[in-house]
Design a protein around this ligand. Sequence first.
Ligand code: FCB
Length: 440
Amino acid sequence: MSIDFGDDFFFGTATSSFQIEGRSPIIPQGESIWDSFCALPGRVSDRSNGLIACNHVERYAEDVALMKKLNMGVYRFSVAWPKVIPNGRGVVSPAGLDFYDRLVDELLAADIVPFPTLYHWDLPQALDDDGGWMMRETAEAFADYTTAVVERLGDRISTWMTFNEPYVSAALGYVTGEHAPGHRSLDAGLAVAHHLLVAHGMGMERIRAAAPNAEAGIVLNFTPAKPATKAPADVAAADIRNAWENEWYIGPIMGKGYPERAVEALGWNRVIDVRDGDMELIAAPIDVLGVNYYSRSVVSAVGQTQPLSHQRTEMGWEVHPESMRALLVWIHENYAPPKIVITENGAAMPDTQVAGGRINDTDRIDYLRRHLHAVHAAKEAGVPMAGYLAWSLMDNFEWAHGYTKKFGLVEIEERTLNRKPKASALWFAEVARTGVVPDA
Ligand code: FCB
């Protein structure tokens, strides 16, 4: 059966600054923790970096024109802190703000709603030199950066997002070390998680002050964990995983605090410095919750296992749209954010099939179609779904995987960096134009 999202639902794509922008000689910028991380041996699989990326910084007008051609109504991008305040705190760079000013104007002229995220992982290296997110002062620096950006662009932005996936920043950046800045300490991760939440709260205050009419919120990622068996040890392992990965951020933000069972299990109170007023600051009402969903996990007490029978993407992530529907219903029933936007959903695929010079990514189309059906089912069940943003507009720098994992609806040709829509881009353009998602 085909489904119809109706008129009050938007479609678009998402990207982030470090993954697509690259640098331009006319925009002096500071180093970010990802520049430093890329320079370390063995951290990024193809030894690449973000110096050129998709060269969006120079080709943004072409990218906006392409989005328009593809009927996209909304564009989620992130602002690079090192372009706006090269040293993290202090002097604001007019050239950096000018770039986002031009991007926003270009989008508005094309009738595309700009949907910015203030922090998508590219922390200025100068702040990391002082301890980065392990230090509470970094939250204050984020608040000042927020004011600088919102004061400049606020007259044209209807929705602000503070952070992208604080879970990933804390867990992969500070606990497992897979992401910048590459620390491996649970204590560091716990402190960072709290500082990110405090920074979110301070950022919300600054957005409210500088843009009282705009909506604001945060983007969280969710990977629902299911126990591998009914054995109590597996059930307990999945429960702790859910607390740490799926409840740690939404709980405090929606006024329910940290999940107590995990707080105990992880012994967090040893290290986290919760000050008077923090939990109230973090719980200040949001207007919209951004949900990033890619996959679920199947957890056993001896580590993660995944059923081999299910289809996986190039990331090794199981394709499981039913978990997306269940997740959205769970968020609605347990936390009731006023509005939910899917801020990321998509798949890395091999992209080896070519027809008529175009990547014929029927597997990606199938992934998008099935997940859109899941979103529609949640909407039908009463979840206040407002829109869906596919990850990603184009192939880009996929963090520790460099350019080896391709999530784009649009291919970026090697060397020329020319943009070539894949079959999925044309398919999604039709969905955006009609609001209708066809069955297979
Ligand atoms: C998310 C990130 C995004 C992209 C996708 C695949 O965790 O927010 O930048 O890397 O995963």
